[in-house]
Design a protein around this ligand. Structure first.
Ligand SMILES: Cc1cc2nc3c(=O)[nH]c(=O)nc-3n(C[C@H](O)[C@H](O)[C@H](O)COP(=O)(O)O)c2cc1C
Length: 245
């Protein structure tokens, strides 16, 4: 067999393996595989794009509905009723990701129980000069110095009206707590709920681990609620306080 023959075979093998690899990676990306996102997709993305560009591109893709499939059905245990609203699960996206209310539908499609839009300023403003967002990869942390860049309240209000959002506040004297800061697992969420939060939200873990983090947290939370004998989230709200009296 000639050298050219083996060279061609080697090329074919690389093509088949490479093609298979690309196909398999695409499958895991679309499927929203937790480990694949945490170990491959997000670290590679972070190597090639700056934090702000990654953020802008993510919001764009999500606003166009380009999100991993979420076929997961939240269990009834995760359902919460707060301020007269029904939430399919208590895990939401914190302020600062969808600052201008552009990707709400896609974010719900990914599995978030609620989405906080903003912060929104009264008038449009650019925020600080760039660079203004920094990753501390080893600490899995983000430094935010956006300086409240915002399309302004009028523009965002029109967007929300277009979506059919209605402001409805029925607090009946009770103000629910939303737990935020360092939520990246079901246990983190439950600790905040047991301490009195009715809902929890996250940002950094979503930025580092990608969309599959939502399914991971809700699945773990559901299992923990069951293990700790709670039939629903609201039964667990403030459980630590009650056991302290
Ligand atoms: C890049 C970035 C931008 C943020 N922008 C806002 C904002 O506009 N308004 C706000 O109230 N919080 C903002 N936050 C704070 C988050 O909403 C959240 O409270 C905080 O990141 C702690 O949660 P975490 O540990 O899950 O990230 C921002 C956070 C980050 C990382």
């Amino acid at each position: 067999m000639s050298r050219a023959y083996w060279k061609q075979r080697l090329k074919d093998a690389f093509l088949v393996l490479g093609g298979g690899g690309v196909l398999f990676s695409s499958f895991l990306t679309i499927k929203g595989d937790e480990h694949f996102y945490a170990q491959c997709v997000m670290p590679i993305l972070q190597q090639i794009v700056s934090p702000e560009l990654a953020h802008t591109l993510s919001v764009k893709c999500i606003s166009m509905g380009l999100v991993p499939l979420c076929r997961r059905h939240d269990s009834e245990r995760l359902e919460v009723n707060v301020l007269g609203h029904r939430f399919r699960n208590p895990v939401g996206l914190a302020a600062g990701f969808d600052k201008h209310g552009e990707a709400i539908d896609g974010l719900f499609k990914m599995g978030f129980g609620f989405v906080e839009v903003g912060s929104i300023t009264p008038k449009p403003q650019d925020g600080n000069p760039t660079p203004r967002v920094f990753r501390l990869s080893q600490d899995r942390a983000i430094i935010n110095r956006y300086g409240f860049n915002s399309h302004g309240v009028e523009v965002v209000k029109q967007r929300l009206i277009f979506r059919g959002e209605k402001q409805k506040l029925l607090t009946a004297g009770k103000i629910p707590i939303i737990g935020v800061g360092g939520v990246s697992s079901g246990l983190d969420a439950l600790q905040k709920i047991r301490a009195g939060a009715s809902l929890v939200q996250l940002y950094t873990a979503f930025a580092f681990q990608g969309p599959p983090i939502i399914g991971k947290i809700t699945r773990e939370l559901d299992r923990l609620l069951l293990e700790q004998g709670f039939s629903c989230v609201s039964e667990a709200v403030g459980a630590d306080e009650r056991s302290n009296v």
